[in-house]
Design a protein around this ligand. Sequence first.
Ligand SMILES: O=C(CO)COP(=O)(O)O
Length: 140
Amino acid sequence: MNIALIAHDKKKDDLVNFAIAYKHIFTKYNLFATGTTGQRIMDETGLSITRMMSGPLGGDQQIGSMIATGELDLILFFRDPLTAQPHEPDVSALLRLCDVYGIPLATNIATAELLVLAIEKGYFSWRDTADKYKTKGLNS
Ligand SMILES: O=C(CO)COP(=O)(O)O
């Protein structure tokens, strides 16, 4: 299962602490992240993460592209709802693609915790099986 981790600047500490708390779960999966978020988590947890560009420089769109091609199973996106983002259209596009493709998306720590605990319980393990048979894209 492939998981994307993203946090706006004022939420990065929360996501790093979250990754530390649930490292024993995250370590079992393939992790992806936007640039700065991924670097912070790698530095502070030792987890291995494939990093995209920084969000404002296209990282959100790269994550969105992975959703469109069936390469992501879960998104944990710690959004900052109180700060204007220069790349807000990219953020909206990413959230929209999660709904287009039915990808589980947490936009705050409380929902993220429920989803991670669900992973631990095995509620998403069907996705690992589905991944094995999945072909890329909706039309292929
Ligand atoms: O801006 C972001 C999400 O919209 C996150 O990007 P960084 O992880 O590069 O800060």
